[in-house]
Write a protein that binds this ligand. Structure first.
Ligand SMILES: Nc1ncnc2c1ncn2[C@@H]1O[C@H](COP(=O)(O)OP(=O)(O)O)[C@@H](O)[C@H]1O
Ligand SMILES: [Mg+2]
Length: 285
């Protein structure tokens, strides 16, 4: 089932995390994150009290990559995504997306598609599956203009591609978790972005559904020639065909050398071992 062993690389050679080495640059980078730090102000605390969530994060992402970003809960994964998406400001360091600032890229509407972490709350909106998918066109068309026919046709095509075409007229609240997730993936892709970012795409879905979402992400990566970024609190990103894994816990334990994902790195990031998952080979590194 596992066609190719993923070329995973995690850096554990430097112990001084105050200044991580800059990630290697490539002409094909679609996202560059360089020395990014970010702190939240602690609410109701004395002035200037902050908690640091990201520290000196550097991560360059090449076009066509299928990258997994893994790390435990609270590691700063969603915060890093929100910075890439132009949804969070006030960070230090530099971020570019397709050569633009995150905010500019976000305004273009057709650069990044985003599948947010699924809310645990139930969907009570009286929207059909088709209407949810078409919401993904709003950034492109504008809120008050009519969608062009080509875009509406593409919405039908993408619904077929993610396997929800037969559910087009069903209210979203009546769909299973896995079906809803397919719908949100379709919504993220309908404006034809080059990059799609998925935050914990398999959480809250039963095991068979998770495997299906994993293979769907792999198929879409190939078929649409996407750059894919999958964020996860587990190593389930591997199921989505990620060919590189970055380990995040406040900073990135990763670089482009081919060290391999070692139990030592995983233990440092997750504070427990993954030997059972990775097998004996990885323990030799
Ligand atoms: N809006 C916010 N205000 C204050 N703290 C926040 C906010 N969002 C997230 N945090 C804190 O930042 C840390 C990282 O959060 P997050 O990026 O969501 O982690 P992850 O996605 O890896 O679980 C957590 O400790 C969280 O409590
Ligand atoms: Mg998160």
């Amino acid at each position: 089932m596992n066609e190719a062993a993923p070329a995973i690389s995690c850096d554990h050679s430097h112990h001084d995390h105050r200044r991580a080495p800059a990630a290697q640059r490539s002409e094909n980078d679609v996202i560059r994150v360089e020395h990014v730090s970010f702190s939240f102000r602690v609410r109701g605390s004395p002035a200037n009290k902050q908690t640091q969530v990201l520290e000196d994060v550097s991560l360059n992402i090449e076009a066509g990559m299928n990258l997994g970003i893994i790390g435990p809960n609270g590691a700063g994964k969603t915060t890093l995504l929100r910075i890439m998406l132009g949804l969070l400001d006030g960070y230090s360091g530099a971020v570019t997306v397709a050569g633009l600032s995150p905010l500019q890229a976000c305004r273009r509407g057709d650069i990044i598609g985003y599948v947010p972490q699924r809310p645990s709350a139930e969907w009570r909106f009286p929207l059909t599956a088709r209407q949810v998918v078409r919401l993904g066109l709003v950034g492109k068309t504008g809120l008050f203009r009519r969608h062009v026919p080509a875009d509406l046709e593409y919405a039908e095509q993408i619904m077929r591609q993610v396997g929800v075409a037969h559910l087009a007229d069903v209210p979203i609240g009546e769909l299973s978790g896995g079906q809803q997730q397919r719908l949100f993936i379709a919504r993220a892709l309908v404006a034809r972005p080059q990059i799609v970012i998925l935050d914990e795409p398999m959480s809250g879905i039963d095991a068979p559904g998770q495997r299906e979402i994993g293979s769907l992400i792999r198929d879409l990566h190939q078929a649409l020639k996407l750059t894919v970024i999958v964020v996860s609190h587990d190593i389930e990103a591997l199921a989505a065909g990620c060919t590189r894994i970055a380990c995040l816990r406040k900073t990135i334990h990763y670089h482009d050398a081919s060290h391999g994902l070692t139990p030592q790195v995983l233990r440092a990031v997750f504070q427990h071992g993954f030997e059972a998952v990775l097998g004996d080979e990885s323990a030799q590194v």
